[in-house]
Ligand binder design. Structure first.
Ligand code: ZN
Length: 98
């Protein structure tokens, strides 16, 4: 499994992220949400708006990646129905942007 760490065996291991991360092999459809929850500190390395699953992951972006708001924010791709509450709760300081 491409999400398993070869060093410690953890799935979505945040400690050895660089050892298992493979943008092309990653199952973006099913695991975009897990990627945010476990590896948000590596956001700059893995972020790809074209591959990211906006339907399942939109609400997690404000929660785990509010500090990267200006990098991921896209009003056309953001899943408003599922993520509006999260946006209001965690990204209120960017209110003018959205
Ligand atoms: Zn590991």
């Amino acid at each position: 499994m491409s999400t398993q760490c070869p060093i410690c065996g953890e799935i979505f291991c945040s400690e050895h992220f660089d050892k298992w991360w493979n943008e092309n092999k990653f199952d973006w459809i099913n695991y975009s949400d897990k990627l945010i929850q476990h590896c948000s500190k590596y956001f700059d390395i893995w972020w790809n708006p074209d591959k990211f699953n906006w339907i399942t992951g939109s609400w997690l972006l404000p929660l785990y990646c509010s500090q990267f708001f200006t990098k991921w924010w896209n009003p056309n791709l953001f899943h408003w129905a599922a993520g509006s509450w999260s946006l209001a709760q965690y990204c209120s300081n960017y209110f003018e942007e959205w």
